[in-house]
Design a protein around this ligand. Structure first.
Ligand code: MEV
Length: 309
């Protein structure tokens, strides 16, 4: 028996970090950046796969979360662990804020349910995805688990029903991988401490991020390209003030802006990871991509926003 499961990455357009404290966030699924999990009955222990060895060496916390998820799925689905081999193929870079850990968890979950020939509801899938996310990141808002399991853009508020929405927007995103690992759990913990020490400084900024997310949803529905660029710039200013950025990221933001980006900001946990830049069309997106690659970015991805209409 062999079964596969897939899931895609995620991108937070506006609202990261504030979403942990009940503010809304706007996200899109990265449908072309996928993780595939294959599980099969075989006389090999699943932990011997190359993927697990690599994960253990590069991201021990991710390894712990994924391993616990696999153990729980084996128990819940009454599968025999010693006869299972698991293989992961992923187009998502690890620890870059693009939802690699959540997508891996979701893909594994789908593969295990397929192997057990059991139905899997969307809510059960999200619950299992959040189970490994909690081990990996500590106190996730749930935004990653919701987005890697959605085919549509989301207006997400923690512990509330998520609202998918359709865009009416012409523009391109350039997703800029800084090449620097960003530990979401550590960034969230650092902001929590700052919030405790300086609530009068942090709280209004979190609220402002929430109001920028609300503006972004309206602009994405009304083709407000230049205004969305302003929203990105305003969000990035706040994320810098909240110490979620760093010097290398700030330099890439500047490089993207000089190459014509309408706005550029961190996406995801920050302190490394990825940035997202807004461009009016593919030509401009390519110019931005080339400029940041010359500056030392590890790689870039392009996303046409038209597909979310
Ligand atoms: C991580 O992708 C997004 C954060 O807001 C954390 C979370 O929501 O759990 C930084």
């Amino acid at each position: 028996m062999i079964a596969t499961g897939k899931a895609h990455g995620k991108l937070i357009l506006v609202g990261e970090h504030a979403v942990v404290y009940g503010q809304p966030a706007i996200t899109i699924p990265l449908l072309n950046l996928q993780v595939q999990a294959t599980v099969k009955s075989a006389p090999a222990a699943y932990l011997s796969s190359d993927y697990y060895q690599g994960l253990l060496a590069q991201a021990p916390q991710d390894f712990a979360g994924i391993k616990s998820l696999v153990n729980r799925l084996e128990e819940d689905l009454k599968l025999e662990p010693t006869t299972l081999a698991l293989q992961i193929n992923s187009a998502l870079p690890l620890e870059r804020g693009l939802g690699s850990s959540a997508a891996t968890g979701a893909a594994i979950c789908r593969a295990f349910f397929a192997l057990a020939q059991k139905d899997l509801s969307c809510q059960t899938l999200i619950n299992y995805t959040n189970f490994s996310e909690e081990i990996i990141h500590g106190t996730p808002s749930g935004v990653d688990a919701a987005t890697v399991n959605s085919k549509q853009p989301l207006y997400f508020i923690k512990n509330q029903e998520t609202s998918p929405f359709a865009m009416n927007f012409h523009g391109y995103l350039v997703i800029i991988d800084s090449g620097i690992k960003g530990k979401t759990g550590a960034a969230v913990a650092a902001l929590r401490l700052l919030k405790k020490e300086q609530p009068e400084f942090v709280n209004p900024r979190l609220e402002e991020l929430g109001s920028l997310a609300q503006q972004a949803r309206k602009l994405l529905q009304t083709d407000g390209l230049l205004e969305l660029g302003q929203v990105f710039r305003a969000a990035q200013k706040i994320l810098r003030e909240l110490q979620i950025s760093n010097q290398q990221l700030d330099q890439l933001v500047q490089g993207a802006s000089q190459a014509g980006a309408l706005g550029t900001k961190i996406t995801g946990g920050g302190r490394g990871g990825c940035l997202v830049a807004l461009a009016s069309d593919f030509d401009q997106a390519q110019k931005i991509g080339q400029a940041v690659l010359r500056q030392g970015a590890a790689q870039v991805f392009f996303q046409d926003l038209k597909i979310y209409s």
